[in-house]
Design a protein around this ligand. Structure first.
Ligand SMILES: Cc1ncc(COP(=O)(O)O)c(C=O)c1O
Length: 435
């Protein structure tokens, strides 16, 4: 049955009259034009009253589930006491920074901001300030937010891989020239970049698991190699843990892989959906920021360390400390991945299941999925088609090629099993060629 989206479409048309394209963030534009009116736990409700099991999780923050009562209560509790003096620091800011320092191995010092993009922007800027070098190495398939130096070569089409593929008009070519794009999981490629430009490279920035194209896990030795190469050549290593931080471990993926970068960026699951982010790292580097007298690298923001984000972050982190959130979402992730693989086998579908912990997705291709070029074999049309059909079955996975799915602490085994049932039904429909 195709769901009726009349009210969503009406709201969307209204939004388009004032907001270009009807959305305030480009990746939110999807077909069908769903508009959601409420979210609770593992479910979303759209403007037509349809409920969905949600795996989009607003691109990742909702690790505890939407509208978590404890997080919301902590935000509400500070409401009457709320003030934004805009001078000095509050007790809450200190507590959040302490928690990060306590859990994230590289975090000798912490600065709070309000989005992942700000965090990566500052990490790049301070890397350039500290090393007095210009070039940044990033990886094909990794996304680090909207900064000019980083917005290139994410989900590039085949003909753009190996070339500069800016994610926007308006970025100066002189800026793009200073970013070298290497292949994820190809250490030889990074070594070559260092051979040619070693003395010019300020930093290597990497998502330790490339989650912005689903899930490319680092091959054994890859992250270790980046650590070794950056040290040898006097460049900094930045782990962008905006997705992996808090979601995979309280101390980020660096805790799981036992490697300590020089700088780390955090956001998303840090506050279960409230706006806060952080850049943290070695004291010697962080002390370059001019929040400290004598620092030479500008760091500011009217809403940095805002109390709403801080209260939510503290509540979220304390919840992650107290409850077996990671054990639970990892187990549900396993159940989902196993179930998907069994369905593919049963139906003889050429597909591979990828993921880590609470993250999962199906690529419609045979493995392996090691580097971005492997993902060019994915059948993008089928990927999107299946997800659109899942929407009609009450399951919401963003219907956009290569997007990952997230499981939260609010999902149940029954949610996973219902999703698997719906998924099998959809694959059978597709096999029969239903329109
Ligand atoms: C790995 C990574 N870094 C940075 C960002 C940018 O974060 P924000 O959208 O909060 O600016 C994102 C956003 O998706 C991300 O996935």
């Amino acid at each position: 049955m195709i769901l009726d989206h009349t009210h969503s479409e009406r709201l969307y048309a209204e939004a388009c009259q004032v907001i270009p394209g009807g959305v305030n963030s480009a990746p939110r534009s999807i077909l069908p034009h769903l508009m959601f009116t409420s979210a609770s736990g593992a479910t979303l409700t759209d403007a037509d009253g349809h409920r969905y099991i949600d795996y989009h999780a607003a691109f990742g923050p909702a690790l505890l589930g939407h509208n978590h009562p404890e997080v919301n209560r902590r935000v509400r509790d500070l409401w009457d006491a709320y003030s934004a003096a805009g001078v000095g620091s509050t007790q809450l800011e200190i507590e959040v920074a302490r928690k990060i320092q306590q859990h994230v191995p590289c975090a000798e010092r912490v600065l709070l901001c309000t989005s992942g993009s700000q965090a990566t922007f500052h990490a790049v800027r301070v890397s350039r300030a500290v090393t007095r070098r210009k070039k940044i190495v990033k990886f094909q398939g990794c996304y680090h937010g909207i900064a000019d130096s980083l917005l290139l070569n994410v989900a590039s089409p085949a003909d753009k891989v190996g070339h500069c593929d800016p994610g926007s008009a308006g970025i100066l070519p002189e800026v793009l020239e200073q970013t070298l794009v290497c292949a994820f999981n190809d250490l030889d490629n990074v070594e070559q970049a260092f051979e040619w430009h070693g003395s010019e490279i300020a930093a290597v920035i990497v998502e330790p698991i490339a989650h912005n194209v689903g899930c490319l896990s680092p091959q054994p030795g890859f992250l270790e190699g980046l650590r070794e190469l950056t040290r040898r050549h006097g460049a900094l290593l930045i782990f962008d843990e905006v997705v992996t931080g808090f979601r995979h471990h309280l101390g980020g993926y660096q805790t799981l892989c036992g490697l300590t970068p020089d700088l780390t960026t955090l956001g998303k699951a840090m506050a279960n959906g409230f706006p806060i982010a952080a850049v943290c790292g070695r004291a010697e580097i962080m002390n370059h920021f001019n929040t400290r007298p004598g620092g030479d690298t500008y760091f500011a923001g009217t809403y940095n360390g805002n109390l709403v984000g801080c209260a939510a972050a503290l509540a979220t982190i304390e919840m992650l400390e107290r409850e077996p959130v990671h054990a639970r979402v990892f187990a549900l992730g396993e159940r989902m991945r196993r179930g998907l693989s069994e369905i593919h086998q049963r139906l003889g579908v050429r597909a591979m299941v990828a993921g880590f912990g609470s993250i999962f997705l199906t690529y419609f291709m045979e493995g392996p999925a090691i580097t971005y070029t492997d993902l060019l074999r994915n059948d993008g049309a089928r990927f999107v088609d299946c997800r659109r059909r899942l929407i009609d079955c009450g399951v919401f996975m963003l219907p956009v090629n290569l997007k990952r799915n997230h499981i939260s602490y609010a999902h149940s085994e029954a949610d996973i099993d219902r999703t698997l049932e719906a998924y099998e039904h959809v694959l059978k429909q597709v096999a029969k060629g239903h329109s």
